[in-house]
Design a binder for this molecule. Structure first.
Ligand code: 3PG
Length: 252
């Protein structure tokens, strides 16, 4: 299916979930493409790489590369490293440099300056728990593919008006879970979600069965104790299980 494209301002063209600079010369676009490894993938493409995007908290920089390798070995390639620890950006930098098959992004984007920090570290996409005008401007300026968080119909309307059609429902379970996503599917048939927050290995298949869900996010693939103990085989096993998850109709 062709990508939905349209000019959203004199400057920006929205195409299939990503902004392109309508005025940029080919040379400028090439330069930007070199700075961000995977500009050809937009947020929706990223959501379709696998059924689960792990939400990762890295406390110890030494864990970054083996953890990413363990997840990739289990078939989980799209990794969201949250900006919740002081080593997060260095962890992203190390993963981007050393784990070829990983597609590493930055999570917990809450400030405009996080976009440039993330790009400088080599992040290939961003995830935010919500969306503000400042974040919209920064996302457009940075051209980092962004998966923005929404929790209400008004949030969805605002995100869509800014050109975002691939959204993270956050916190998904607390927002109403499966029922909320079914309800949102009526007024917003053109929006695809990655529910995150309170999703588990058990509940993921029901989410994945919904027509407006492309993937789910969650922290269960990287339990704190296993990461701290360097139990990489355990992480790979959890990733294997996650990468094999398939949609299952809701239990009644
Ligand atoms: C988070 O922000 O920590 C994510 O939403 C993960 O939530 P979870 O721990 O419930 O999977």
């Amino acid at each position: 299916m062709g990508k939905r494209c349209g000019r959203v301002s004199d400057h920006w063209v929205w195409c299939g979930g990503a902004f392109t600079d309508g005025r940029a010369s080919r040379a400028v676009r090439g330069e930007r493409a070199r700075n961000v490894k995977s500009l050809s993938m937009d947020a929706l493409d990223l959501m379709r790489v696998g059924p689960v995007i792990p939400v990762i908290v890295i406390d110890d920089l030494a864990h970054a590369v083996p953890l990413a390798r363990a997840l990739v070995a289990g078939g989980v390639r799209v990794l969201e490293v949250t900006l919740r620890t002081r080593v997060a950006l260095d962890a992203i930098r190390a993963i981007a440099r050393e784990v070829d098959d990983a597609i590493v992004g930055v999570g917990t984007i809450t400030r405009a300056e996080h976009f440039q920090d993330a790009i400088d570290a080599g992040a290939q996409f961003g995830v935010s728990p919500g969306l503000t005008n400042q974040l919209i401007d920064a996302a457009q300026a940075s051209r980092l593919p962004l998966l923005p968080g929404v929790m209400t119909p008004s949030d969805v309307i605002a995100a869509r008006a800014a050109g975002f059609f691939a959204l993270k429902l956050f916190p998904a379970q607390q927002a109403g879970g499966i029922g909320m996503l079914k309800a949102l599917g009526g007024p917003f048939p053109d929006v695809t979600f990655c529910p995150t927050g309170g999703v588990t290995a058990d509940s993921a298949p029901e989410y994945l069965a919904l027509p407006n869900v492309a993937c789910v996010g969650g922290s269960w693939l990287t339990p704190h104790a296993a990461v701290k103990a360097g139990e990489w085989k355990k992480i790979t096993d959890l990733a294997l299980e996650a990468s094999r998850l398939r949609p299952t109709a809701a239990r009644t």
